[in-house]
Design a protein around this ligand. Sequence first.
Ligand code: 13P
Length: 253
Amino acid sequence: MRKNIVAGNWKMNTNLEEGILLAKEINALVAKGINDPKTGVIIAPPFTHLHAINQVIDNDKICLASQNCATDEKGAFTGEVSVKILKSVGVKAVILGHSERRSYYGEVNETLLKKLNIVLENEMKPIFCCGEVLAEREASKHFKVVKEQIENVLFSLSAEVFKKVVIAYEPVWAIGTGKTASSEQAQEMHAFIRTLIAEKYGSEVALDITILYGGSCKASNAKELFSKPDVDGGLIGGASLVADEFMGIVNAF
Ligand code: 13P
């Protein structure tokens, strides 16, 4: 059976001191016990904090993730950070294809395919983001857009490898806007994604894939969102920067 996950994407927030403090607070609250101990807790701090944060968290209870990685393993790529470097500081999962990376840094399918393969080859977990912008939803193109994002990158994988992927549906119009998708809208898209997977890899694989919702998810709306059968947790931005609020989302399961 698939795993429920709540992942915090800190984005470009916190300095090192603040980041370590936040990680320690989350770690202490997780150590006290969470409602459903099977829920996976992931945090994705900025690159510069990863090594230090890895020292202050219980790695059996909190999984350390990065928000991005380089397309290549090593070499002359000024300013980039490879999966091998990330792995050496304790990172186990990598967020890929976040809409902010797609829109501000021109990440296209070809880029994401390279990153996806390199993450998987290094036995790390990719959290692959997809989602439509407002104009696409208003033009009723949201299913088509998400289908293409998934098919053009993830469906190049064999079933065996695909099983290792976590998908995050993040409608761009809901990110950082306070305008959460309704639980019905989230469920509708998650069910659609699961059907796509079933058609490609069979229903057994489809039922095993964790699909997270992201976009203005907070402690007050998480329970309703997570009550939907195909919503297996959340990828949390703003609300992951306050330990109590983040844990409120974790404990929504
Ligand atoms: P917010 O939770 O701030 O809307 O951000 C969602 C997100 O982009 C997580 O990756």
